[in-house]
Design a protein around this ligand. Structure first.
Ligand code: ADP
Ligand code: MG
Length: 417
């Protein structure tokens, strides 16, 4: 038991049928039918391997594709292929989620065999719109089709999908009501790592917040500053631009237009209030960069030419952040410092990311584009911890109790093996 949740250590697995919910949601190349990235699948390997090695019949549940817009659902077949390669063992796949064919296949599994079911979001009750409209309790989720059809075939439910832990859906929160449940190894590692950052970080604890997901950044900032978790928040990207606009610093009309066009106007006022309260801990860029004629230009904040767009922190700011990160004992990072996808505006992100790799402090990093930057600079092996979760991580750091954590805790209370 860790944090009130049972771990795999507490169960005997040989001959048991285990339903294991993983998060293998990856960008898909729909034309080729392949995955553009496999980092989340790789992260799932240790738990799946352990379950199989210990003789369980492993049934994997996973989703692939968008939650609300219904634009990019995709089958989980490519995932089974990638997983087979990574495990060096065949992962069976079936184009059924919980119908008779899937159930028959589950009954036929032998000890150690692995079966990946098709995309759970093909079942309507797994969709985010359904979740938001109906807001089923976990008890009600246990009465959904998916849980009713699959739970009777299984001995244990394992959730390893930390990246989906902010979702309140039957495949994530329903099974714990009717089956013994545990968190998988990845979930355990991610949850314990981020809990440590929130509850007892080694100090100084520095947050680096950039990127473009403004609502997330602000929610998180209010919590970590309010609770005293963050000793310093270094800002970059659009987050910094909004603060600077709130303080009336000229950052180029292009930047202001971009903020307005993205409907982030309301955050300018919020930023002003937040800065009033926490000016001693919120660090803003002293210089910024823009691109003119394909070349990088820099100027101190307040002195940018009219009309330009600030797309990166300047080199003086980058040096200052570099020093702060190297002096930190804990660093949490979400969101790049600029438009790192383009060469003239990558300097800030590249400098900060190198500092993250080199600091003796423990650097925790999360977010899709932040991970892409890490891969781009070849630093994947050198970060303290890369979290597979974006939304889940941010909600956790914003002080929310994650639905899946709640369901697993409750499961530990009500269910004995
Ligand atoms: P993550 O995926 O790591 O959580 P976000 O999605 O919040 O990060 O932000 C990443 C995006 O923000 C990148 O595509 C990057 O180009 C963009 N970005 C960073 N800085 C700026 C900026 N100053 N202006 C506009 N876009 C920016
Ligand atoms: Mg992103």
């Amino acid at each position: 038991m860790r944090f009130g949740i049972r771990t795999l250590d507490e169960f005997s697995l040989r001959g048991k049928t285990v339903l294991c919910r993983v998060d293998m949601n990856q960008p898909v190349d729909r034309e080729k039918g392949t995955l553009k990235s496999t980092n989340r699948i790789r992260a799932c390997v240790p738990t799946i391997r352990e379950l199989s090695d210990k003789g369980a019949k492993v049934v994997l549940l996973a989703h692939q594709g968008s939650d609300i817009e219904y634009k990019n659902f995709y089958c989980t077949k490519p995932h089974a292929q990638v997983l087979s390669q990574l495990l060096g063992q065949q992962v069976q796949w079936i184009d059924d989620v919980c119908g008779p064919a899937a159930r028959q296949k589950i009954r036929e599994l032998k000890d150690g065999e692995i079966l990946l079911l098709d995309n759970v979001r093909y079942v309507s009750e797994e969709q985010t719109l359904f979740e938001m409209k109906l807001r089923l309790t976990h008890q009600q989720q246990a009465n959904t089709l998916l849980v009713q059809k699959l739970a009777p075939l299984a001995d244990l439910y394992v959730c390893d999908a930390f990246a989906a832990a902010h979702r309140d859906q039957p495949s994530l929160c329903g099974f714990q009501q009717v089956l013994p449940s545990a968190m998988g190894r990845l979930f355990e590692k991610e949850y314990c790592t981020v809990s440590q950052v929130m509850e007892a970080p080694d100090r100084p604890c520095v947050f680096v917040l950039g990127g473009a997901k403004i609502s997330d950044a602000f929610l998180m900032m209010e919590t970590v500053l309010g609770k005293g978790v963050a000793d310093q928040v270094l800002t970059g990207g659009l987050v910094a631009n909004i603060f600077l606009t709130a303080l009336g610093k000229a950052i180029g009309q292009g930047s202001v237009d971009f903020i307005m066009k993205s409907n982030y106007g309301e955050y300018i006022e919020k930023a002003g209030r937040l800065y009033e309260r926490y000016a001693d801990r919120i660090v803003l860029p002293e210089d910024l960069a823009w691109v003119a004629g394909g070349a990088r230009k820099e100027a101190p904040v307040g002195q940018l030419p009219e009309g330009v767009s600030a797309v990166d922190i300047g080199s003086r700011t980058a040096a200052r952040y570099d020093a702060a990160i190297r002096a930190a004992k804990t660093v949490f990072v979400n969101g790049p410092m600029g438009v790192f996808e383009q060469a003239p505006s990558e300097y800030g992100t590249k400098t900060v990311w190198n500092a993250l790799a080199q600091t003796e402090g423990f650097a925790v990093l999360g977010g899709g584009d932040s991970i892409t930057a890490t891969e781009k600079y070849g630093l994947t092996e050198r970060m303290g911890y890369i979290c597979t979760g974006g939304g889940a991580l941010i909600r956790f750091l914003s002080g929310e109790e994650l639905p899946v954590v709640k369901a697993l805790r409750h499961g530990a209370e009500i269910m004995k093996e």
